[in-house]
Ligand binder design. Sequence first.
Ligand code: PBG
Length: 328
Amino acid sequence: MFPNVRPRRLRRHPRLRDLIRETHLTANDFILPLFVRHGENQRIPIASMPGQSQLSVDLLAQEVKEIEELGIPAVILFGIPEHKDATGSDAVSDDGIVQQAVRAIKAETSNLLVMTDVCFCEFTDHGHCGIVNDNTGMVDVDNDATLRLLAREAVSHAEAGADLVAPSGMMDGMIETIRMGLDDNHFEHIPIMSYAAKYQSAFYGPFRDAAESAPQFGNRATYQMDPANGREAIREVDLDVEEGADILMVKPALSYLDIITRVKEAHSELPLAAYNVSGEFSMVKAAAAQGWIDERQVALEVLTSIKRAGADMIITYFAKDASRWLDD
Ligand code: PBG
């Protein structure tokens, strides 16, 4: 009898397909990014990210209620300050936009996990992820000067009530510096999720509109990783594990599924997050708006693939819609 091995037998009955499914996506996998801005009663749609908006602090209460009701466990906050300057001083201010947002959410909800992105690009007038000078003989982000500020930023977020901090600036030594800063200030219980392997990706384009954080000169190639490199990602995550990262992250996700798998294999002992970034979201939205693809099916397929590759959690702008779709 030919063929005697027939994988199709397991695909015939829908309940059997359910039983043998290897990857299960749930609302519990998602972390929703929120863009928080100054002002009152402001909900400003982000043109390049349909359905996403910048929200003023006073509108967060309503927003997080909806997020909690959908069963989404966490948000990650990005801030758009009223004033930007060379050192990104709003980022380390007790009254900074992210600190205000954390307090507002914490005052409203008991259970939502509040994560903060720890970086400077949204707060500096030049749009780079730290202090810029020419100490090394070229205009560049000064690694060690930035480290000192990163620790202050993380501590300030923790003081406001953040449950977890997520440094995204790709500075060498940032995890250890932030760990020491937190511990010195009695925040030894606050975990660090490291954007450990973060690539210099054109998929961040829409985010930079959303966060008004595009670099005003040059690019981020001296700190974010070259998309061509895979082995280097393992070196980056190894360092962050040694420095004390509690959760690792690969970013972006969709063009980096191989990196997700490799990082999960190298460090299966640690939880792994993947960031389904703005450009990945906007591509699906744009094609769906043209009627070229089915948004719901494609989005769920993308998210499932990220989980199948090895991610334990996914930062995604689809979090709310995907949670509703999974509930249907
Ligand atoms: C800040 C940061 C960026 C993103 C997350 N944190 C932008 C960047 O590095 O330029 C991008 C997220 C997205 O595209 O959705 N450093």
